[in-house]
Design a protein around this ligand. Structure first.
Ligand code: GFB
Length: 312
């Protein structure tokens, strides 16, 4: 699938962070974009997904629908994270097979890798060691998704591929302090501390874990690149190639937001995996590189937060 022009493309999960970025990105591809809200199509309902896919018969599918959340949400709702993600990916991948979809891209997550994987993490590290306990439920579901795509490729010759994005951020993110990932949480905390004239803001854990961040528009661009140019069984890491300690990230966010108070650590909250920097070599070898620098991406996301959340 060298071009998406004239194709019908289903973005599953188009209201989420990645799905909405995919829709923005696909608008310049001259394709017909199919979407379905949760009210129109429950992706956990096998019969409904089969019927929807049979009736629409898309040429390509981006499987960006998932139950997602930050470290606390993952640790608090293990059943939801495992069950919902297994159901969504099993239903969409199997229905895509039945409806003769030409190409499908499944989106996973960097948490599929072992907790103490050698850094930077190469794709071949999958299933070489124990997972990080705070998100093993989500990780197991995402590993099953990779294997499903590979199984349909092997047994039925389908061009189903997988991309593993690192920690993503950008417009449309979840800024709820209990369920969000770290970057939107820090933006909200710094903003509210500044607005409220607070002397300090609290971050979870020790601040020493390192994370890699990628703007979601870069992720969407990488996914379209893979859809057009990649057709192999092995999943592909999608990252920026750089990581940063959470404490330093907090200082960067505070600088962008304009909060000059103290940063206080809360060690009663989990750190999660100490580091998860993915190797970017494979994707770079396929001719793709990110465009959005971290500071610029944070500033744009802060502007979006102010307009759509804080001041809305
Ligand atoms: O982004 P995050 O929630 O998830 O947390 P993971 C990253 C790091 O930031 C952890 C710290 O060490 C947190 O303790 N942190 C500091 C905070 N302050 C905060 C805060 O206010 N909110 C949050 N949320 N974190 C997730 C997985 O892991 O990464 C998912 O649970 C998924 O399954 C996702 O894989 C990409 O990076 O630890």
């Amino acid at each position: 699938m060298e071009s998406l022009a004239g194709k019908t493309v289903f973005v599953a999960g188009h209201r989420g962070l990645v799905g909405s970025a995919l829709v923005r990105r696909l608008e310049s591809e001259d394709c017909e974009i199919l979407t379905a809200t949760r009210a129109e199509l429950d992706l956990c309902d096998q019969a409904a997904v089969r019927a929807w896919m049979r009736d629409r018969r898309p040429d390509a599918v981006f499987l960006a629908a998932a139950k997602v959340g930050g470290i606390l949400a993952n640790a608090t709702y293990p059943a939801d994270f495992l069950y919902e993600n297994l159901m969504i990916e099993a239903n969409v991948i199997e229905a895509a097979f039945r409806a003769d979809v030409d190409k499908l891209l499944f989106l996973g997550s960097s948490c599929i890798y072992p907790k103490f994987a050698e850094q930077p993490i190469v794709e071949a590290s999958l299933l070489t060691g124990p997972l990080e306990p705070t998100n093993e439920w989500y990780a197991v579901a995402k590993i099953a998704g990779i294997k499903l795509a590979q199984a349909y490729r092997q047994q039925h010759g389908r061009d189903f591929i997988s991309a593993m994005p690192t920690n993503l951020y950008g417009p449309g993110d979840n800024f709820d302090l209990n369920s969000s990932h770290v970057l939107p949480a820090l933006i909200r905390k710094a903003h509210e501390a500044k607005r409220g004239g607070a002397k300090e803001m609290v971050i979870w854990g020790t601040g020493s874990p390192r994370r890699e961040f990628l703007h979601v528009d870069d992720c969407a661009d990488a996914c379209v690149h893979l859809m057009k140019h990649y057709s192999q069984a092995e999943h592909v890491n999608v990252g920026s190639g750089e990581d940063i300690p959470i404490y330093d990230l907090t200082r960067l966010v505070c600088d962008v937001v304009g909060f000059g108070g103290e940063i206080v650590r809360d060690p009663t909250k989990p750190d999660g995996t100490p580091r998860k920097l993915m190797s970017a070599d494979r994707l770079r070898g396929l001719g793709w590189a990110p465009k959005v620098p971290l500071r610029e991406g944070i500033a744009a996301t802060y502007a979006w937060f102010r307009e759509h959340v804080a001041d809305a």
